[in-house]
Design a protein around this ligand. Structure first.
Ligand SMILES: Cc1ncc(COP(=O)(O)O)c(C=O)c1O
Length: 354
């Protein structure tokens, strides 16, 4: 059945939903998908009519550029449902702007803001019953764009496909994490695509991360090209608390400008905590860990929310960060998630009602 809705979009619904067969809460992150997906194609220099249709495989030519040249960008967002059944997003304009910034860096067309929100909100209203509500669970949303045009010569595609899929997800990390500081591999280069959410940035991290996992760590903290300054983790920006000052690396062309990162900075400043956005060296952190002034380390990102780091390792030496009574990470996580889930007043104006 096809029904015309809103200005341009058609919806084709599934005949039988998979929801009844799915236990919503506690699902492995990003592994189950809802009934429908949003899709919009770009050809002849313009975006075509968007559609929502049943979630299913795509048909692409073997020569589609995405397979050969990695022209692919994505976003990660979450939807929450409150006790009154209202759906909430968190600062979605930031993701909308960022996917277009990423697209531009990858020589891909920008996706119009109105279409992004029309598609996103229509899809979420349709998938409302798929939003899990248990603590730490949410509907993870993955907008993405791929080069779907054909041709194996190294040049940007002339056709693209923009999509949104949704996944009811449990916690990304079920515990605090231990990290190793990168001393050989790099995630991003000066003048490269580190600040874009380009698919290849993630694929390139898998091998070094596998090695780190084999050594018993959960994640890598990436460093700059000199391997002297700390930058960010695989899917999180990183914060350090030295005494009572919060420190994080400044954003740059190598670092993803995280929505959670900027929200944590605002929350900390509002709590009267001193925040420094500046370069932070491995040396400084090792000294602070040794003399006891390094009180906390944590990662911040949409998927991982706020995740405490209990150990870091560098050049074979392990450093343990001792537990402090009033963990900033715990406080920030509570303030952030209460705003996200409509459990507290939104003094920053970040919540977005669908
Ligand atoms: C490399 C990287 N850094 C940081 C983040 C955190 O960004 P955000 O808070 O916008 O999710 C992410 C996740 O999106 C990421 O992939």
């Amino acid at each position: 059945m096809e029904t015309a809705i809103l200005s341009t979009m058609k919806i084709k619904k599934v005949q039988i939903s998979n929801l009844d067969k799915t236990t919503l809460n506690g699902r492995k992150f990003g592994s189950t998908f809802t009934d429908h997906m949003f899709i919009c194609k770009y050809k002849n220099g313009k975006w075509q009519k968007p559609r929502i249709k049943p979630y299913k495989d795509l048909k692409l030519a073997p020569s589609a550029r995405v397979f050969h040249y990695g022209q692919a960008v994505f976003e990660g967002m979450k939807a929450y449902k409150d006790t009154e059944d209202q759906i909430w997003l968190f600062r979605p304009e930031e993701n909308q702007k960022r996917i277009n910034a990423s697209a531009k860096r990858m020589a891909m067309p920008v996706f119009p803001k109105e279409l992004f929100f029309e598609g996103l909100e229509t899809l979420l209203r349709l998938e409302k019953d798929w939003i899990p509500t248990a603590e730490g669970n949410s509907l993870y949303i993955r907008p993405f764009m791929i080069a779907s045009g054909n041709g194996i010569f190294a040049a940007p595609s002339e056709e693209y496909t923009f999509m949104i899929i949704c996944s009811p997800s449990g916690k990304y990390y079920s515990k605090d994490v231990e990290v190793v500081i990168a001393e050989r591999f790099s995630r991003a280069a000066n003048g490269g695509v580190g600040a874009a959410k380009a698919a290849g940035n993630y694929g390139a991290q898998f091998y070094p991360t596998q090695l780190a996992i084999e050594q018993g760590y959960d994640q890598i903290i990436w460093t700059d090209s000199t391997h002297k300054f700390l930058e960010e983790a695989g899917t999180m920006n990183i914060f350090f608390r030295i005494n009572d000052t919060l420190i994080t690396a400044p954003t740059s062309e190598r670092i993803l400008d995280g929505v959670t990162r900027k929200s944590i900075i605002a929350i900390a400043e509002n709590e009267g905590i001193k925040v420094e956005e500046r370069r932070i060296s491995i040396d400084e952190i090792e000294k602070a860990a040794t003399n006891g002034t390094l009180k906390e380390m944590f990662g911040a990102g949409t998927a991982a929310v706020v995740t405490a780091i209990t150990h870091f390792s560098h050049k074979g030496i392990d450093y343990k960060i001792s537990d402090v009574a009033d963990r900033y990470s715990k406080r920030f996580k509570k303030i952030l998630t209460d705003i996200q889930q409509n459990k507290s007043e939104d003094i920053f104006g970040w919540r977005y009602k669908v």
